[in-house]
Design a binder for this molecule. Structure first.
Ligand SMILES: Nc1ncnc2c1ncn2[C@@H]1O[C@H](COP(=O)(O)OP(=O)(O)OP(=O)(O)O)[C@@H](O)[C@H]1O
Ligand SMILES: [Mg+2]
Length: 279
């Protein structure tokens, strides 16, 4: 009777090639790129099977999460990375820090509430909402950020090329939409285009009660009508926001002003020192 040949065990090189194939197929790109490093770690540390798998998959999972967060931030429209850690609370003592930290937990987004922050220029309204937006991206909340004028420009561009409905739907979708700086910049109006109030009303009405909208404004709510171009529709917007919105008014000094004053004081000190050196 012929003897059955036992199959030859795969060589280390063959195993490595197969392992690379599995990693490629599974999309574990970081482990694939750093495979030698992981294997050297395993040889050096000699972990148990569970610890080995946890170590390798843990690094890959953390990398995938970070990539996802970065993509979320990139596509959200946020261009500045503001944080609450970088906020000087002492400079704005009138602002309720606990309330802002509570908002940063984003429970209001889960409750589908809106948020309106008003106050003079430079008081930190945009800083706070940008920081909340960044947190939302990190927590996996679908968020989009836009300055009011840019959002309106985008929607009005849709009227010209027939994509208005699609654009409106896209702006209506995110779980959190930040509309920054209502009152800043010229709201354009051409020919028989609908007013900014009409466009914003359509959007707020679609979102209201379904998903959260957070807005900052440095003009009084009573001035929105003339800014947006239609008092009746603006009243309808404010009525919707007033029903569910958390309202914060920052009554305090401008941080921009403080930065400008600090710079002027530094320049003065430098000039004084250089004059003292020369004499
Ligand atoms: N308390 C603060 N601590 C640290 N930085 C601040 C603070 N307040 C504002 N800033 C910074 O000052 C600048 C202006 O603030 P921000 O854009 O938030 O003002 P704003 O209230 O939105 O003003 P505007 O109404 O003109 O849009 C930003 O660079 C912001 O990061
Ligand atoms: Mg602002």
């Amino acid at each position: 009777m012929p003897r059955r040949r036992t199959p030859r065990p795969p060589s280390d090189d063959e195993l490595l090639e197969r392992l690379r194939g599995h990693l490629r197929f599974l999309g574990l790109t970081l482990t694939l790129a750093e495979l030698e490093e992981r294997l050297a770690w395993a040889t050096r540390e000699r972990p148990g099977t569970t610890a080995l798998l946890e170590h390798i998959l843990g690094i890959e999972a953390a990398h995938k999460l970070e990539t996802r967060v970065e993509r979320r931030i990139r596509t959200s429209g946020l261009i500045e990375s503001k944080t609450l850690e970088g906020f000087d609370w002492d400079f704005q003592p009138g602002l309720d820090k606990d309330l802002i930290l509570e908002l940063a937990r984003l429970d209001f987004v889960q409750r589908r509430e809106d948020l309106v922050i008003t106050g003079d220029s430079g008081t930190g309204k945009s800083h706070i909402l940008k920081a909340l937006g960044l947190r939302a991206c990190r927590l996996g909340v679908r968020m989009r950020y836009a300055r009011c004028v840019d959002l309106l420009d985008d929607l009005h561009a849709g009227l010209a090329d027939g994509t208005y409905a699609r654009r409106l739907k896209a702006w209506a979708r995110p779980e959190l939409l930040i509309i920054d700086d209502v009152g800043l910049g010229q709201v354009k109006k051409q020919g028989d285009e609908p007013t900014a109030a009409h466009t914003l009303y359509n959007l707020v009405d679609r979102r209201h009660g379904r998903v959260s909208t957070a807005i900052t404004s440095n003009i009084l709510l009573s001035e929105w009508g003339s800014y947006l171009g239609d008092a009746t529709l603006t009243a309808a917007i404010l009525d919707r926001l007033a029903m569910h919105a958390l309202r914060i008014d920052i009554d305090g000094p401008s941080y921009r002003q403080k930065v400008a004053e600090d710079r002027a004081a530094e320049r003065k000190t430098r000039r004084r020192r250089s004059r003292a050196k020369k004499s």
